[in-house]
Design a protein around this ligand. Structure first.
Ligand SMILES: Cc1cc2nc3c(=O)[nH]c(=O)nc-3n(C[C@H](O)[C@H](O)[C@H](O)COP(=O)(O)O)c2cc1C
Length: 174
């Protein structure tokens, strides 16, 4: 397989993982993943993000209960919350934090770890309280992370012809 195909296969084999082995994620691996996340692009290179690693079972459990779809965090050995300082990048903090989150997910995948992105945006104040985050730090994402205990099939995707246009909306990319 060419290097390009290997890299593309890597992208296409990432899955959201919601069942995890009990094995802990080594701290040096987590640190390396977060070190890589620093290289995500951000508007004006302002890097408005911070990363909170959650290993305390009680804190993790509180976060896992913020809404019904956050349950994967309960059994995951670790969580990571990506929060952005909205004062540093008022127009772009959501996308900056999303970029950093994707870098974490892909770096984790490279280490054989599974992740799932857990919605935070309807529970911002709850999460700020649990993590002692100042009001200007918006938790844009939360990940459950650990070694996968499942290998889900790929989720379906829209056809490219439904979503790709040439030069103008509605003009199909033949
Ligand atoms: C912004 C965002 C919020 C999400 N929230 C949740 C969530 O709360 N719980 C969950 O189990 N999955 C959540 N997901 C994961 C999606 O369900 C998943 O990415 C999607 O179904 C595609 O599957 P895949 O990641 O395996 O390709 C979220 C993903 C994104 C990007």
């Amino acid at each position: 397989m060419s290097e390009t195909e290997t890299l593309i296969k890597f992208l296409l084999t990432r899955r959201s993982i919601r069942k995890f082995k009990k094995d802990p994620v080594p701290l040096d691996v987590v640190k390396r993943i977060l070190d890589i996340a620093r290289y995500a692009p951000s508007a004006g290179n302002r890097q408005p993000w911070i990363f909170i690693v959650v290993s305390d079972p009680e804190v993790k459990s509180r976060l896992a209960k913020i809404h019904r779809w956050a349950y994967p965090l309960e059994e995951a050995p670790m969580g990571i919350v990506v929060a952005c300082n909205k004062d540093v990048s008022p127009d772009s903090y959501y996308v900056d934090c999303a970029n950093a989150t994707m870098y974490i997910m892909l770096a984790a995948h490279a280490y054989g770890l599974g992740t799932v992105w857990l919605q935070t945006l309807r529970n911002v104040e709850d999460i700020q309280k649990i993590l002692n985050l100042p009001a200007n730090y918006i938790p844009v994402s939360m990940l459950a992370i650990g070694y996968p205990a499942e290998s889900p099939s790929p989720k379906s995707r829209k056809d490219l012809k439904e979503i790709a246009y040439l030069n103008s909306f509605g003009n199909p990319l033949q």
